[in-house]
Design a protein around this ligand. Structure first.
Ligand SMILES: [Zn+2]
Length: 216
């Protein structure tokens, strides 16, 4: 089975590209190459337009990257089509995803390691759930917000390298922070601007930290 070339891995800043149709299944289309990031690793799937039809979601299905279209397209296998991702939205997601990793670093510095139970980032905010009894102290969260914002303005480079022993795993790096992540990220912390953090209680024994962008 042919595998889609993941253009977003090599260049997360790619907005427009040409591709060939590998498969059409109702309103879902598989391409030979794509810059559309499929939902996964806590990051929302991309939106945009392919072959003149709106993409309302991108999902992984049995290992294939499927572009889910607003309507059933008039496309055939082998067709060459023009594609464009909703860049404004994706860039916000990249800023927020990078920001969430940095926030977590300062959260752990402040409160010690907290087990992350889940996370989800879209263009509006990042939500990260941690194992925690009681309420996250507001003063601690304020300190985390300030430390993160100061770090962002320092202009640290962000790099992603394949894990030397497992090439499928990608390692996200920024200053002394590193973690495995397959998502899309900005190149420098300055691109993020500044953040606001908020806590929520999504259920017993959990606390959620919501990260949102202050600047557009
Ligand atoms: Zn990540």
């Amino acid at each position: 089975m042919p595998i889609t070339e993941k253009l977003y891995d090599d260049d997360p800043y790619l907005k427009e590209f040409k591709a060939r149709v590998l498969r059409v299944d109702g309103n879902e289309v598989e391409l030979d190459r794509t810059a559309f990031y499929p939902e996964g690793g806590g990051q929302a799937g991309d939106l945009g337009v392919i072959g003149g039809v709106r993409v309302v979601d991108t999902q992984k299905e049995d290992g294939a990257i499927m572009h889910i279209l607003e309507t059933t397209p008039v496309m055939s296998v082998g067709d060459g089509i023009d594609c464009e991702i909703d860049w404004e939205r994706r860039h916000r997601i990249m800023r927020l995803h990078s920001a969430a990793h940095i926030m977590e670093h300062f959260l752990w510095k402040q409160l010690g390691h907290l087990e992350r139970l889940g996370s989800y980032v879209d263009e509006k905010k990042d939500r990260a759930d941690y194992e925690y009894e009681g309420r996250l102290p507001p003063e601690a969260l304020k300190e985390v917000e300030e430390a993160t914002n100061e770090f962002l303005t320092e202009g640290h480079e962000i790099r992603i390298d394949p894990d030397p022993t497992q090439p499928d795993i990608r390692i996200w790096r920024c200053a002394e922070i590193e973690m495995p992540c397959g998502g899309t990220h900005v190149r420098n912390t300055r691109e993020i601007g500044s953040l606001r953090l908020k806590r929520k209680n999504p259920g017993r024994g959990k606390e959620r930290v919501e990260t949102s962008l202050v600047s557009d």
